[in-house]
Design a protein around this ligand. Structure first.
Ligand code: DAH
Length: 355
């Protein structure tokens, strides 16, 4: 191809581009879009520097050799200036955003919301904890139970009203029921071991109850069982008195009232002096001055026989404590349903430690 451009013409165009570059303000560009505009003006497809470099091919071969490096040097220094300016603007943008989003490290931290144990859990733990310190170990049993472990082995006769469907939830297609008390664990634990035994069994129990302020279809009990040589009613009194004083305070007044349970003989219900009124009578103690807190008794020999333990060699006592009952008394809660409503305003009142 014939050259169409002279050396002088190219040199003059080159000088023009050079001075235009000098005035383009690369070093002083205020922001990245402005810098991009300058780049496109010179190095875009139709940019002045692009055109200059393209026109090298129109020079005679000799001149092309001299001007080529000159053109490339011009592009090199422009690109270097662009890169330096871009780095400067990016640094400035980073610094500005850091400043905008700056965190004041001297401010006090936000407190994350703290969970608490449910008052029934702390009550149950407190009850079990006292017995653990008296040397009892922890035992558990099934909530879905058969009639033998829930009733028959506990000397509850076939025609006892507690077995009625009005009181007990039976499973539809199985000979099973939801345990009505934790006393089933007495039988389960004795079947699994040999005497002596000293256990507490906390757990959930179920009764076909009309639900109101003091009754629930699902509630919790802590069962206790001690079997050893020569254990009798005096031991029962000693352990339960120690338990109640530890739970409610050393000045707690107790009353052991005769009662009846098929699985104990003799049987007793234990009352504590009402601590809402100092014994003078109020709605909480139904104006008697006393509040019933647990059932207990000397284990009926029939129960030992049901698990094959010799009642001539071994004897003991058992007790059952209602966890909701204790929690209501120790926390001054008047309606049992509050424990299950999961209303945080109610639950936040209780701290982890009991009484
Ligand atoms: N099982 C009884 C109930 O649910 C409570 C109870 C009373 C348990 C006396 C016992 C006991 O172990 O000896 O009402």
């Amino acid at each position: 191809m014939e050259p169409t451009k002279t050396l002088a013409a190219w040199q003059s165009e080159c000088a023009k581009v050079q001075s235009a570059l000098a005035e383009a303000g690369v070093e002083t560009a205020a922001d990245l879009p402005t810098l991009e505009e300058v780049r496109v003006r010179f190095l875009g497809r139709k940019g002045a520097l692009t055109e200059l470099l393209k026109s090298l091919k129109d020079l005679p071969l000799e001149d092309r050799k001299a001007c080529g490096p000159q053109g490339n040097a011009l592009r090199g220094s422009f690109e270097a200036a662009l890169a330096a300016a871009r780095a400067r603007l990016e640094d400035a943008a980073d610094a500005a955003s850091l400043k905008k989003d700056a965190v004041d490290l001297t401010l006090p931290a936000l407190r994350p919301p703290r969970g608490r144990l449910h008052p029934l859990t702390t009550t149950l733990d407190a009850i079990a904890g006292i017995f653990r310190r008296l040397g009892y170990s922890w035992a558990e049993g099934p909530q879905i139970e058969d009639e033998f472990h829930n009733f028959s082995a506990l000397n509850i006769p076939d025609d006892h009203p507690a077995r009625d469907t009005q009181d007990t939830f039976y499973l539809q297609d199985l000979p099973r029921l939801l345990r009505t008390h934790t006393s089933n664990v007495q039988i389960r634990a004795m079947e699994k071991s040999k005497p002596p035994i000293r256990i507490v069994c906390p757990g959930r129990v179920f009764r076909h109850e009309q639900i109101d302020a003091t009754h629930s279809a699902v509630f919790h009990q802590v069962e206790g069982l001690v079997i050893d040589e020569g254990v009798g009613f005096a031991d029962l009194k000693g352990h339960l008195q120690a338990f109640l004083e530890s739970l409610l305070g050393s000045s707690t007044k107790t009353r052991f009232r005769p009662s009846y349970f098929p699985f104990t003989e003799p049987s007793t219900e234990v009352d504590v002096k009402c601590f809402f009124c100092p014994g003078s009578g109020c709605p909480a103690c139904k104006h008697t001055g006393w509040i019933e807190i647990l059932g207990a008794g000397v284990v009926n020999p029939a129960v030992l026989r049901a698990v094959g333990w010799d009642p001539e060699a071994w004897s003991g006592f058992a007790f059952g404590i209602g966890v909701e009952r204790v929690a209501m008394l120790t926390h001054g809660v008047r309606d049992l349903r509050d424990f299950y409503a999961n209303d945080l305003r109610f639950l936040r009142q209780f701290d982890e430690d009991l009484v």
